[in-house]
Design a protein around this ligand. Structure first.
Ligand SMILES: Cc1cc2nc3c(=O)[nH]c(=O)nc-3n(C[C@H](O)[C@H](O)[C@H](O)COP(=O)(O)O)c2cc1C
Length: 138
């Protein structure tokens, strides 16, 4: 049995390309050890991340991530139990999107990332979740 969880957050300080690279390297090293896989997206100061793995490891990692002062306004987008990994090849996949790419994927010109923080019913309609899913399929 595995647990999965996704969330969105805003950077609390600007992340340069180098900062992002270091963050992903650190995440990959830790996640590999903890049997956690997933995907991190960065777009216009907004993070969207999906993590999956042993439930206790996911709970502990999410606690660590939510306590990280480098980001804020953390909103959980999804959470549940699954048998199969969605991102089994990636200890932490990573994609830094620009406005044009996001507009194309979501079919939404001038998409404002603040929309990811709204409540969607069903939650699969959340643009953050759509971006995570579409990135996996690429
Ligand atoms: C947006 C965001 C995503 C993160 N994702 C992960 C992650 O997937 N795995 C991880 O170990 N740390 C992640 N971190 C970093 C953790 O908050 C924390 O700094 C790190 O786990 C501490 O690792 P250490 O004990 O090796 O120093 C993330 C931080 C941010 C801001």
């Amino acid at each position: 049995m595995l647990k999965y969880l996704s969330y969105a957050s805003k950077e609390a300080q600007h992340f340069s390309e180098e900062d992002l690279k270091q963050l992903v390297e650190q995440a990959r090293a830790n996640n590999e050890r903890l049997e956690i896989t997933g995907l991190l997206l960065y777009f216009d100061g907004t993070f969207t991340q999906y993590i999956e793995g042993p439930p206790a490891h996911i709970d502990a990692l999410f606690q660590t991530i939510t306590a990280d002062p480098r980001h804020e306004f953390i909103v959980q987008l999804s959470c549940g139990i699954t048998e199969n990994r969605k991102y089994k090849e990636w200890s932490m996949g990573y994609k830094n999107y620009d406005q044009i790419e996001v507009a194309e994927i979501l079919n939404y010109p001038n998409f404002n990332p603040d929309r990811i923080f709204r409540n969607y019913i069903p939650h699969s309609g959340n643009p953050g979740i759509i971006l995570l899913d579409e990135t996996r399929k690429q």
